[in-house]
Design a protein around this ligand. Structure first.
Ligand SMILES: Nc1ncnc2c1ncn2[C@@H]1O[C@H](COP(=O)(O)OP(=O)(O)OP(=O)(O)O)[C@@H](O)[C@H]1O
Ligand SMILES: N[C@@H](CCO)C(=O)O
Length: 323
């Protein structure tokens, strides 16, 4: 489910007419995704040869005031050859428009599918693509703080409270102490750039072993580049439940990253802690969503315990993994 708003065909026609992309042929709602409404739009194309786009309507989770940052970042990265979709600007030069009080953007369609079970070669390619984004984003003018950094995530967990966390899983409440200890040791002096911060497999499009698109930059922010690598490691190197770790994928991901941007010694030393911080991030947001989402809601809740399992793994084996 990811079409929350009905778009009348007249509104769609008028919307597409504001862009230099030819006439509207079709618009189909896209089932994947949970935050925003997305349509696959086909037009006759500016040159009459046909064209495809993604139309995104920003729903509650994305603050429209942040769109200049998110969409400007896509244009900046696309212009520097990164595998990200560029935004299509309307005839007045704007990267987004409004309809019935909601913001909409027309985005370049990129081919590819998200890998279910990534291979080491695919993980290597994703590591390379991530490092290219970090390097290309360094001279992006926009700034955005990480509102889900480990400090904010600790606050989220504290607000949930031990009793509610224990209702999700008795073990979860016990991790508050672990989270406090981790945040107390969190580094703040590693090299920064704009980071994606949510590069799960469902946010990567691939054709075979080639990355064709990194998408969903709506958590992008200024933070430590090695932390982004740690997030990607936690998202790619385990089975969905977080019980089974794949050393091959991990080595390939870090190897791919370092083939473009070698890590500094301090970044490498910090990776075991950064990976645990990544687990704190997704444990906290998932726990909050779990408690806020009614059990009969259409959206499937993501299990915070998937990231407690990863956290335990990094705590036990992190030093060896990243040595
Ligand atoms: N630029 C693009 N080119 C091709 N397909 C895309 C593009 N952007 C999004 N998609 C497709 O639309 C789907 C939903 O997009 P996305 O994941 O950004 O949705 P969301 O609701 O904003 O995010 P999330 O589910 O992470 O909250 C993706 O899984 C992908 O199939
Ligand atoms: N990718 C995240 C959702 C966005 O924060 C997760 O799997 O929990």
């Amino acid at each position: 489910m990811a079409v929350y708003t009905h778009l009348a065909s007249g509104d769609l026609d008028a919307l597409i007419a504001a862009y230099d992309v030819g006439d509207l042929i079709s618009a189909k709602g896209i089932a994947e995704g949970v935050s925003n409404s997305n349509w696959l739009v086909e037009t006759s194309g500016a040159d009459g040869a046909g064209a495809r786009f993604i139309l995104t309507m920003y729903e509650k989770r994305t603050d429209p005031r942040e769109l200049p940052f998110f969409l400007g970042l896509l244009d900046h990265l696309a212009a520097r050859g990164c595998a990200v979709p560029a935004t299509i600007h309307d005839r007045e030069g704007s990267a987004f428009r409004h309809l019935d009080g909601k913001a909409l953007a027309l985005i370049e369609y990129l081919p590819g599918i998200s890998p279910d079970r990534p291979s080491p070669t695919q993980a290597h390619a994703v590591g390379e693509a991530l490092a290219r984004v970090h390097l290309a984003a360094r001279d992006f003018e926009g700034t955005r703080a990480n509102d889900l950094d480990v400090h904010a995530c600790l606050v989220i967990l504290e607000r949930c409270g031990v009793a509610k966390l224990a209702e999700i899983d008795p073990e979860l409440g016990e991790w508050l102490g672990e989270a406090r200890e981790l945040v107390g040791r969190w580094p703040d002096d590693l090299p920064q750039s704009i980071i994606h911060s949510d590069l799960f497999p469902d946010n990567v499009l691939m054709l075979g072993e080639r990355v064709t698109g990194l998408i969903d930059f709506y958590f992008a922010c200024e933070d430590m580049m090695a932390y982004d690598l740690a997030v990607t490691h936690a998202a790619w190197c385990f089975d969905r439940g977080g019980a089974v770790f794949s050393a091959d994928i991990g080595r390939s991901l870090v190897g791919g990253y370092e083939s473009v941007r070698p890590l500094e010694p301090a970044e490498r030393r910090a990776l075991p802690l950064l990976a645990q911080g990544a687990c704190l991030r997704f444990t906290a947001s998932r726990a909050q969503d779990w408690l806020d989402t009614p059990t009969d809601a259409l959206v499937t809740r993501k299990d915070p315990m998937d990231f407690i399992r990863r956290w335990k793994y990094y705590r036990a084996h992190g030093e060896r993994l990243f040595a």
